[in-house]
Design a protein around this ligand. Structure first.
Ligand code: T4K
Length: 377
């Protein structure tokens, strides 16, 4: 099929050549170690910590279990301050730990938790802050740490979007007490499903590793009610191959991002996301924000028109987490408390961006978006 008519999805996973994967599979079949900290798992932990420039990494079956385990590892209880503008897994991880989420609004420039609104949400029950580096843009990590230090709170970053992102020349996962990555199929680095916790000292990693393996500290000693959230050998083997292609994949993503930015520079009512200062980003997502009055067409109308053209974008993150039935009755979920998040959730569309997306496909997407705008011509 001519790629001008082919459906285009918001993302498509990058994969190595199949032939490259076969020798890894042969090795797994040969040595019969399928999981439980096998050789590929150990190798991937080592290679990823070198590649990312982070001290300790613990691999997981997925990012959600890593988030749940990170909260367990730091014994977080009571109330946790978090953002309503994320994928549901961020808040679900609190729910699974019987922790009350307290939503704080986001700032409009990068869509991250607004540090200036955190303090007024702190109560005697608050034990931690769970911010998200949304679309890979680093949160205001310095200000968040300052507040955490004053109030004696832990900080766990949901860094699901931030694989490889550097802030002030260090990997952004070096901030906070723990950071959590996702290696889901839809992420910039995937192991089909997968995730990780980044920790800063050997004892924190040790605890995380016990918890992800039922709490086993030795063959006969269980030190905590842990869970099974281990990454298996096939996932780890794929991860080893993915590291090799990662940098060239990011270059391809950035070319697409630049083309979009160029094409959208003069469309009124359509804005794009800035990259925060001192950041080496990963072009994980390409969100656009539609101001209906200026653009002339509503966000949802544009979303549907794109669909009619076989272009399947996503409204990450609409609806807000605070609007889902299990959270909407929390007092922090009221619209007045999260005004900026409400507005942005009504305006956002994430456009397709992935390494194998062709420039003529990007042009096709831009043409639909340009033709819909009332400001064209
Ligand atoms: N925290 C944050 C901030 C997150 O964004 C996420 C995950 C998590 C935590 C949790 O991490 P994990 O437990 O997932 O590791 C997707 C992903 O399922 C989810 O992982 C991701 N965030 C979220 C932002 O997006 P959906 O419902 O949009 O996925 P889906 O299956 O509709 O995929 C979107 C498009 O991607 C499809 O239309 C086609 C394409 N696709 C997808 C898959 C799964 C493929 O081409 N191949 C595939 O295998 O949630």
């Amino acid at each position: 099929m001519n790629n001008l008519n082919k459906p285009i999805y918001v993302t498509q996973p990058a994969l190595p050549e199949l032939e490259e994967f076969i020798p890894y599979l042969e090795q797994i079949w040969e040595n019969k170690i399928l999981t439980n900290n096998g050789p590929f798992h150990q190798q991937l932990e080592k290679e990823l910590s070198d590649f990312l420039g982070v001290p300790y990494i613990s691999l997981f079956a997925n990012g959600t279990l890593a988030l749940i385990t990170a909260l367990q590892a730091l014994r977080i209880t009571g109330e946790v301050i978090t953002t309503p503008y994320s994928f549901v897994a961020t808040t679900h991880a609190l729910w699974w730990n019987n922790i009350k989420p307290v939503f704080v609004d986001i700032e409009p420039e990068y869509c991250n938790l607004d540090p200036e609104k955190i303090e007024s949400a702190i109560t005697p029950k608050t034990t931690a802050i769970l911010p998200v580096h949304v679309y890979g843009n680093p949160c205001n990590v310095e200000r968040i740490q300052e507040i955490a230090d004053i109030y004696g709170l832990k900080v766990i970053y949901d860094a699901a979007h931030a694989f490889g992102v550097r802030y002030k020349n260090v990997n952004v996962c070096n901030y906070g007490d723990l950071s959590v990555l996702s290696f889901h199929a839809t992420k910039v680095f995937n192991t089909m499903e997968g995730g990780a916790i980044i920790s800063h000292d050997a004892s924190a990693k040790q605890r995380v590793d016990y918890l992800k393996n039922f709490g086993f500290a030795s063959e006969t000693r269980v030190i905590a009610p842990g869970i099974n959230s281990k990454m298996n050998e096939m996932q780890a083997a794929l991860g080893l191959l993915q590291i090799k292609n990662h940098e060239s994949n990011i270059v391809k993503r950035k070319k697409i991002r630049d083309l979009y930015r160029n094409k959208f520079a003069n469309i009124s009512g359509l804005s794009t996301l800035n990259i925060s200062e001192s950041t080496e980003d990963n072009a994980a997502y390409f969100p656009i924000f539609i101001d209906e009055n200026e653009y002339g067409v509503s966000r949802d109308r544009l979303y549907d028109t794109l669909k009619q053209h076989n272009i399947f974008s996503r409204r990450y993150f609409y609806p807000l987490i605070a609007d889902f039935p299990m959270y909407k009755n929390l007092s922090s979920a009221i619209p007045d408390n999260i005004k900026t998040a409400k507005r942005i959730a009504e305006q956002v569309i994430c456009l397709p961006i992935y390494p194998s997306l062709k420039m003529n496909q990007v042009n096709r997407i831009c043409t639909v978006i340009g033709n819909n705008s009332s400001s064209r011509g």
